[in-house]
Design a binder for this molecule. Sequence first.
Ligand SMILES: [Cu+2]
Length: 165
Amino acid sequence: MKKFILLFMLVSNISIAESMNMIGEKGKTEEVDRVIEVKMYDTFYEPNEFKIKKNETIKFIVHNYGELVHEFNIATKEMHLKHQSEMMKMVENEILLADTINKKKMKELSKKDHAMSHTHANSVLLEPNKSEEIIWKFNTSAELEAACNVPGHYEAGMIAKISNI
Ligand SMILES: [Cu+2]
């Protein structure tokens, strides 16, 4: 019985560690290896593919040149699909409008529902003509893609491939 409990603890610890490091982690400014400029349009990225070495730390400077709100989110395909229901909730709560983000409402609602705060280190959500940076450390071999989860945009092909070189 003791052995069984020990094994269980070990296995559950491994799975927690795996899910946390699965997509990499927030990078530090002093560890940036490369800077990549990303332009967001309605509804695609330029460039639409990133070639990244394992353990590289990249600073993405993301600009929204479109007329709609767009997201640049680094995750696995499964995570994007999950995230899309959160984004739909933001639309239903009128936090996320076609070309604006109601930050006041976002703050109010995020007190009740953390998913509404939309502050994740692996993503930026930008109104038109706004820019923001993400520093990401790719210490992972997971298959990742950058994508926009604003309802309808992922389906429209707003996805950039992230490939390991
Ligand atoms: Cu978008």
